[in-house]
Ligand binder design. Structure first.
Ligand code: FES
Length: 244
């Protein structure tokens, strides 16, 4: 991988971000366990994981750059190229693809003039959008689905998906089908890192939303009606973890 450094790391990750990184480290018995949320924290600052972001995580956690890079390149949620204001993920896995996911992806790709993990517009600027193929988004009963910054838009068509993306380009934030209200990619990354407003009312306004879909509940209701239950798990003691 090519190593490109732009600004000095301290200019990018200020004292507030360093404090947040320390907050994450304090949540775990072993500091290296904080790597995944810390990478989301890095993305909340830059909109992707830059080489400086990798250096920052490595220094904070006492890891090598190679160890951090190995994790960044493994998970698709960590972007190596600057993301748009919004990330639009279209499920093109088998079920959604058959129900219209491929047609949705094609429609959006043509409209935006981009391919997988490319950005329409100036990355990070208002209305800019990164488009990506996504594997199963765990909402097959509501397919075809897409996500914007990981919030769900269920039962989509090429037409509804196009309207959604055009609204995003105009600066609007249409309500997701369920889950938290739509923010932007960087805001979602801060939430994924585990940081939320402290006062209850603001916190609720950031995370509350309809959390269930009728289609999904139908299975649970059938199981309850028929007395089906999951097999009992054996209680296995957790191994001791070395204290910091
Ligand atoms: S195949 Fe699209 S959500 Fe499962």
């Amino acid at each position: 991988m090519t190593t490109q450094r732009t600004e000095p790391q301290a200019q990018i990750f200020d004292a507030e971000i360093v404090a947040k990184a320390q907050n994450l480290i304090n949540r775990y018995p072993q500091s290296r366990s904080a790597l995944l949320p810390m990478l989301h924290l890095v993305q909340s600052v830059q909109g992707h994981v830059s080489q400086e972001g990798i250096d920052f995580c490595a220094q904070q956690l006492g890891l090598s750059e190679a160890e951090v890079s190995a994790v960044v390149t493994f998970y698709t949620m960590y972007k190596r190229r600057p993301c748009g204001e919004h990330l639009v993920s279209v499920c093109t896995n088998t079920l959604c693809a058959a129900l219209g996911g491929d047609a949705i992806y094609k429609q959006l790709g043509e409209h935006l003039g981009v391919g997988h993990e490319e950005v329409a517009g100036e990355p990070g600027a208002p209305g800019s959008i990164m488009l990506e193929h996504a594997e199963c988004l765990a909402a097959c009963d509501l397919g075809p689905v897409l996500q914007v910054n990981y919030e769900y838009y269920d039962n989509q068509t090429p037409e509804s998906a196009l309207e959604l993306v055009q609204a995003l380009q105009r600066g609007e934030k249409p309500a997701p089908s369920r889950g938290a209200p739509l923010t932007d990619f960087k805001g979602a990354e801060l939430q994924l890192a585990g940081f939320f407003p402290e006062d209850e009312e603001t916190y609720r306004s950031h995370v509350d939303g309809p959390s269930q879909a009728v289609e999904t509940l139908r299975g649970a209701r059938m199981a309850a009606d028929r007395g089906w239950t999951a097999p009992v798990m054996e209680d296995v003691p957790l191994p001791e973890v070395e204290k910091k």
